[in-house]
Design a protein around this ligand. Structure first.
Ligand SMILES: NC(=O)c1ccc[n+]([C@@H]2O[C@H](COP(=O)([O-])OP(=O)(O)OC[C@H]3O[C@@H](n4cnc5c(N)ncnc54)[C@H](OP(=O)(O)O)[C@@H]3O)[C@@H](O)[C@H]2O)c1
Length: 287
């Protein structure tokens, strides 16, 4: 594999969970252009620029992507497929050299036919058909979902989950960011797909026990009914997205999300982050 000299690298989703962690790996060596609708406070440092764009405004994407040797694509709304079409069309018009796409592990699961998974399959297909060299990153669930428990932990020492004993080999966002940065900065990964997991599958019940140890206080993990879980999802997402998340939890119950890969270790040279390490690193966000 050849590691080229400085590249012009455009990151979409600059204020989101993964791209916001990537600049630290890329900025010392590459010219990095962060893009999103809003600028992240404190994102200004040498080697970094922020450009405002909107997936719904095609011209803003062409302007932001022009001259990119590599483009990191994060979209997050399956109910707006025109956003994904705009991103790929703009990448072609802007002559982007390489697309690294944040997809999802579920695309490999033949039993997964929910809205989110079908959307990500379509996104991958569109990129493969674009003529631009691509790399797909397919992570399992982000460990940061546990942050959704923070208010319940603070107020009553409670975590909650649908199917709390089903296991998920969830992965640290920091690991996804480091792997993504390596794939963007190197030309040796064209036309490859990488499935990323954490080092071991854990249930919500087991994650709750880890958090209890890290925080030094007892926690109770309460089982949600499907109706309760749906109502919680629907506070944040559309009903169709809530349905997809319930279906996804059902696949987890059937064991579809428990297997692990060694991709993080192969690509970074160090073991994947454990949930205990991740929880300790983010302790103050639960306290
Ligand atoms: N969460 C998981 O467990 C998981 C697992 C596997 C795969 N994934 C995939 O990972 C991706 C990230 O999802 P997420 O929800 O976690 O993302 P996120 O962190 O919320 O990031 C979304 C980013 O997109 C930007 N954005 C949103 N709408 C935009 C628009 N119209 N124009 C330009 N930028 C826009 C947001 O910035 P502004 O709002 O500032 O514009 C933000 O920076 C998704 O594709 C998801 O399917 C997630």
């Amino acid at each position: 594999m050849t590691a080229p000299a400085a590249r012009r690298i455009v990151l979409t989703g600059a204020t989101g969970q993964i791209a916001s962690l990537m600049a630290r790996y890329l900025a010392p060596r590459h010219r990095v252009i962060l893009t999103s609708r809003t600028a992240r406070p404190g994102a200004r440092r040498p080697g970094l620029t922020h450009v405002t764009c909107d997936y719904g405004v095609y011209e803003s994407l062409v302007d932001a992507f022009r001259g990119a040797d590599a483009l990191f694509v994060v979209t997050n709304d399956p109910t707006r497929p025109e956003h994904d079409r705009n991103v790929v069309r703009a990448a072609v018009e802007a002559s982007v050299g390489h697309i690294v796409k944040l997809s999802a592990a579920a695309v490999l699961d033949s039993a997964a036919h929910d809205l989110i998974t079908e959307w990500q399959r379509g996104n991958e297909e569109r990129i493969r058909a674009s003529g631009i060299p691509w790399t797909m990153i397919r992570p399992r669930s982000f460990m940061s979902h546990a942050l959704g428990w923070a208010p319940g932990i603070r107020s009553g020492g409670t975590t909650y989950a649908l199917h709390p004993h089903s296991r998920n080999a969830c992965v640290a966002p920091e690991d996804i960011a480091e792997v993504s940065a390596r794939l963007l900065g190197d030309t040796g990964h064209h036309f490859r797909s990488y499935q990323l997991t954490g080092p071991q599958p854990l249930s919500a019940h087991e994650q709750s026990a880890v958090l209890s140890q890290v925080l030094g206080r007892p926690l109770v993990c309460r089982e949600l009914t499907p109706e309760e879980a749906h109502a919680r999802y629907a506070r944040r997402y559309s009903p169709a997205m809530a349905d997809a998340l319930i279906a996804s939890a059902g696949r987890q119950l059937a064991g579809a999300k428990a297997h692990t890969t060694d991709t993080v270790e192969r690509l970074t040279g160090r073991p994947a982050t454990t949930f205990a390490r991740w929880a300790a690193d983010h302790r103050e966000r639960f306290a």
